[in-house]
Design a protein. Structure first.
Length: 384
């Protein structure tokens, strides 16, 4: 007779060549899923009834003794090809069993697994740098465990529940929406794909702030880099960024006074708060700052009035007031300012940036992170 081998991850998926063989009474091994047994006209369970080899044998276990014996006899085998991802279904089933039966797994929460998730990510990165292909595969499996575990925990939630299928659908939706040109066969251009991805990502989030979506719990250096990338892409003025964010000094001491990591993160978050304050002020005027001059206006820095007409004497610096900005070069208040040194943090010194006075404009109080006209990237480069 014939042996029909099923895919264990898809127990009710029968190979096309075996359909006609299942119309009669067949022999089945005990691991065959009930969802298939219920659809068979008639079957005999191997073990309860001796397999005499006269019936088609249906199994999902190639190593089952009955299957091994039949193969020794030289019986033909019908089996479908395994699709990539089939074992993921087995992994999902295993995670479900552990969550229901494991005393440790039943107690875990999203929060309790945080440290394990972080450890697995770092171990994966280490295996990419120094490990073998086997170690990389193993670490990816550990990371997959975290994905499956968190999804299974979420399925038990009384509020906002989701499961692994929702996670997979989220992946499908994101990738499909962000790479329509590539997946649709319209193009294979790298730069176009990147632009489409970024545009779709921004549209999905409908950002109210240029900084929305930035995770502040990531390592401080990565946080600063991400903030800089966003601000640079939005035309944010370099002069409004404290030089203390451009470098990290780690003291060589036996006992550290504070955490360099926490201090850098604090400075980055302070800049983020300042950006959002400026965005909020701009929103009141129905403006979205996306260029240097607009940012300057709502940060309280010197800027050019958009309605101002070019002055014929502008090159000579005459009659500055006609451009809407008063010249404060001889303002006595300037005497209160000290030259800003890169190593000094304006937040720690509690110094506020000074702005030129602008006619008929009320500028909100500017946080201490703003550094105006006293420092520039070009000037710093010259000093170095």
């Amino acid at each position: 007779m014939t042996v029909v081998l099923l895919d264990a991850s898809r127990p009710d998926l029968v190979p096309a060549g075996a359909v006609a063989l299942l119309a009669e009474t067949v022999a089945v091994t005990e691991e065959v899923h009930p969802s298939l047994l219920w659809q068979l006209p008639s079957y005999e369970l191997v073990g309860l009834v001796e397999d005499d080899g006269t019936k088609t044998l249906v199994s999902s276990d190639r190593d089952h003794p009955a299957v091994v014996e039949r193969l020794k006899w030289g019986e033909p085998v019908i089996e479908g090809s395994n699709l990539p991802g089939g074992k993921l279904l087995r992994a999902v089933e295993l995670m479900d069993r552990l969550r229901r039966m494991g005393p440790w797994e039943r107690l875990q929460t999203h929060d309790s697994l945080r440290k394990y998730l972080l450890e697995e990510v770092y171990e994966l990165l280490d295996s990419i740098d120094h490990g073998t292909s086997e170690e990389l595969c193993s670490e990816l499996g550990d990371l997959l465990l975290q994905v499956l575990f968190h999804a299974r925990i979420a399925a038990d939630s009384a509020v906002g529940a989701f499961d692994i299928d929702d996670v997979a659908q989220s992946f499908i939706d994101k990738v499909s929406n962000r790479t329509p040109g590539v997946l649709g066969g319209e193009h294979a251009d790298l730069h176009r794909q990147i632009n489409e991805w970024e545009a779709a990502k921004a549209a999905e989030r409908e950002r109210g702030s240029v900084l929305d979506g930035i995770v502040t719990t990531q390592p401080a250096l990565a946080l600063v880099q991400k903030v800089f990338e966003r601000l640079a892409g939005a035309g944010f003025p370099v002069a409004a960024v404290s030089p203390s964010l451009y470098r990290v000094d780690i003291p060589f001491r036996k006992h550290a006074v504070g955490s360099v990591e926490d201090d850098l993160r604090r400075r980055a978050i302070a800049l983020m708060n300042q950006v959002r304050t400026a965005e909020g002020a701009a929103a009141e005027d129905g403006v979205v700052p996306r260029d240097d001059n607009t940012w300057r206006k709502y940060l309280g820095m010197t800027y050019v009035e958009e309605s101002a007409e070019p002055d014929a004497d502008a090159d000579s610096g005459a009659d500055v007031e006609e451009a809407g900005i008063e010249d404060t070069a001889e303002d006595p208040a300037d005497e209160d300012y000290e030259e800003l040194v890169v190593d000094e943090d304006p937040i720690a010194r509690n110094k506020k940036g000074k702005t030129h006075k602008v006619k008929d404009l009320k500028v909100p109080k500017v946080p201490g992170m703003v550094v105006v006209e006293k420092w520039s990237a070009e000037g710093e480069a010259e000093r170095e």
